[in-house]
Each structure stands twice: as C-alpha cells, then as structure tokens.
Design a protein around this ligand. Structure first.
Ligand SMILES: *Cc1c(COP(=O)(O)O)cnc(C)c1O
Length: 397
C-alpha cells in the first residue's frame, strides 16, 4: 500500500497546533518532543476542574474519557484493551514486566549491544540475585543485528530475549519482527523496549509477536512527561508476578487471600495523575489521526536529508550504522566537545542533546564513543529547519 506523504499544508497546520515550533528548532525529540497544543490544554483544563470541583468528582465525570485512553493505546499498537497498563515512564513499565519473570540459576537472558543501560542493570541484578546469565549478541561490522548469531545462542536455558528496538544513542534499528519469529519458534519470552519507537514508527505487537513492550510518553509520542505504558500479552498475565499492589490491583480480598484483577491494569496502582493520562490519550489520538505510516515516512525523509548534509561537511562524522535507520541522527564535530556544539546550537535556538555511555553503554564503549551529539527529528520539523541547522554546524566548526 502506498503511503501518502504529509503535504506542506498539513505540516504547516501541525506546526500551527504546536506552540513550541514558533520559538525553537527542536531536534531533541528523542529526549522529549513538543506536545501538540491540545495535549497541554487538556491537562490544564482537567487540573483546573479538579481544583474547582474535587479530584474524585472530576475523575467520575471523565471516567469514560480515561477509559478511552486505553482504547487509543491499544489501537496504536494493535493490542487488546486489557493488555495495556498506564504507568509513569518506560523504566517502570519495563521493570514491572522484567521483575514479573521468575529467574532461577542457569537461566539465560539474550540481549544486544544496543540495549538501554537501565535494562542492563536489571540483567546484572538477575545475575547477582538469581544466578541467571546474560549474553550480548554484537552487531556485525555494518552495524546490523546478526539474526543467525541470535538463533545459534539459544539453548534450553534461554529464558528471555530482551531487545531495545531503537537505541537511545544511535540511529540504527533492530529487526524486531525477525527476532520475534525466532523467539516464538523457540517459545522464549520476548520483552521489547519500544521507548523510542512508539509515535516514531508503526508498532504492531501481534505482527512482532512480543510478550511485553514498554513505552514512554514524552519522547516521540508527544505526550506529557511522567507518562508511559506497558503492554503484556493476555496469555502471559497470570505467569508474571506483581511487585506492588493496592486495593485497585485485586478484585477481592479477605484477611488471608486476594485475587488479582483481570488484565494488565493489575500492574497499576490506584493513585495516578489523571490529567496526564488524558494528555497521553490526546497525544496518541493525534498520532493516530495523522497515521503512523505517514509519520514514519516523513521522519525517515527528514533524517535522511540531515544525515546527507552532515556527511557533506568536512570534519563532521555521522555515527549511525545499519541498513534501517530512523529519526535519531548521531554525530561528532572534529576537535569540539559534544557539549560545546550543543551549547553553540542552543545560542542559535536549536535544541539537540548529548548522548553519554550511560544510556547505551555496550555500543558506545565498543565504538569508543564517550559523548556524541544527538539530533532527533520529528514529523513537525521541516527541510528549512534542517538547512538552518546545517549552516549553524558549518559556522561553529
Ligand atoms: C528513554 C529511554 C528509556 C527510559 O524511558 P523513561 O521514560 O525515562 O523511563 C528506555 N529505553 C530507551 C531506549 C530510552 O531511550
């Protein structure tokens, strides 16, 4: 099916609905992207109503709107509504899933060199506390994931395949559908960190065949900070243990017993910021309205222009490797600290970020990258902004 590109007029309309684009050229979308105005208005209105009419009373009024957020998320990733839990950030979602798995001595976790460093901490803990092992499958020289090496590493001890789809500090992507086929063929749990993916590229949990998937709101999803969600496949729910509980987690309890509620919402606690959840829902609806295929197409188009332009500048190195690249562009300017470049760009109203090994440790250490500049484009960015960025890099060199 042919994807219809975003028209110039649509991009202008989207920018008119995004306050942030007026003042800044924002290439820190992998950090936190600009929310659409409607997201901010929704949150402010809800908080105002809470202050005027009461928190519980306002929740009651917005009950069905809050329910609809789960439906929107389910639609976005092709899940069932009862497979979605809304949490505060991706780390919480990922941690609830990972810590729900019972590891025993000798169990093996397989991961990649692109894995998010926070996840690595949990692998280390599973090793220290439970005697589990973890194996890292390196990328090949071209920066592509080696599916054959993954399959060769699988043994009867393999308990989990944990993959970060889009790494925090590199522009390459992992072949999650092909990895899913291998995981399913060998009947191994498959946990996907899709923190940088949702809102960026289409995600279909059924097509991927993942068991668990974690997402944050503030990055490509354009939702407020302090939001995220977790997907857990229905058939897996009863096999995961729950770390935190309250009266909302269970359906009934006696002094001696309880029964967990149905669905992934057993991973949630009662108290949460309902204004932000509604904001998250608006951001998801906004993306659905444009269409994830079209968003993804435009992001690749813009990132490709940015990479080509950076590569044409002498003394600038683009680090992204691999056949399939995304909206995250990482580079260095010869003889200049990444932070200096970032600050000089900030003086020109251009936002980028600096990536340090603490986000993508194995990959950055392997490639001797101690700090790199990350310019991450979103669909609301424009060719003109990229040209201004290109001129700015040339002038500060
Ligand atoms: C940012 C990021 C996370 C953590 O997300 P939080 O919402 O900050 O917890 C996890 N994985 C990847 C790949 C990330 O880029």
């Amino acid at each position: 099916m042919q994807t219809k590109p975003l028209t110039e007029q649509e991009v202008q309309q989207i920018r008119a609905e995004t306050k942030g684009t007026v003042e800044k050229i924002h290439f820190n979308n992998a950090g936190a992207s600009f929310p659409p105005d409607i997201v901010v208005e929704t949150i402010i209105n809800y908080l105002t109503e809470e202050a005027m009419y009461g928190g519980y009373e306002t929740e009651f009024k917005y009950n069905s709107a809050i329910e609809n957020v789960y439906a929107s998320i389910a639609k976005l990733i092709n899940a069932n509504i009862d497979e979605v839990a809304i949490v505060e950030n991706a780390s919480t979602g990922w941690g609830l899933a990972f810590n729900g798995i019972t590891f025993k001595k000798g169990d093996v976790i397989i991961t990649t060199e692109m894995e998010y460093s926070t996840n690595l901490l949990s692998f280390i803990n599973a090793k220290r506390n439970d005697g589990a092992e973890f194996i890292i499958i390196p990328n090949d020289e071209q920066g592509n994931f080696q599916l054959a090496a993954l399959e060769a590493a699988i043994t009867p001890q393999t308990k989990l395949i944990a993959i970060t789809h889009i790494p925090s500090a590199a522009g390459g992507m992992l072949p999650i559908i092909e990895i899913g086929k291998i995981a399913n063929k060998h009947n191994i749990l498959y946990l996907l960190d899709a923190c940088q993916t949702v809102g960026h590229a289409p995600i279909d949990v059924k097509e991927i065949g993942c068991d668990m998937l974690s997402v944050t709101g503030r990055k490509y999803m354009r939702a407020p900070r302090g939001t995220g969600f977790l997907f857990v496949k229905r058939s897996l729910l009863d096999k995961l243990t729950i770390s935190f509980m309250d009266g909302h987690t269970v359906e009934w309890m006696t002094c001696n017993d309880y029964k967990l509620r149905d669905g992934a919402r057993r991973f949630e606690l009662y108290e949460k910021n309902r204004a932000l959840i509604l904001g998250l829902g608006k951001a998801v609806d906004y993306a659905l309205h444009i269409g994830m295929d079209r968003i993804w197409q435009r992001i690749q188009y813009l990132a490709n222009i940015m990479r080509q332009q950076l590569k044409s500048i002498d003394g600038t190195a683009v680090h992204d490797t691999g056949d399939q690249q995304c909206g995250i562009v990482t580079f260095s300017v010869n003889g200049m600290e990444a932070t200096t470049v970032k600050n000089k760009l900030a003086e020109k109203n251009i936002n980028v970020s600096v990536s340090m090994p603490r986000t993508t440790l194995i990959y950055m250490n392997k490639n001797h990258l101690d700090s790199i500049i990350r310019a991450s484009v979103h669909y609301y960015n424009t060719e003109e902004e990229i040209k201004i960025f290109y001129d700015a890099i040339k002038s500060i060199q």
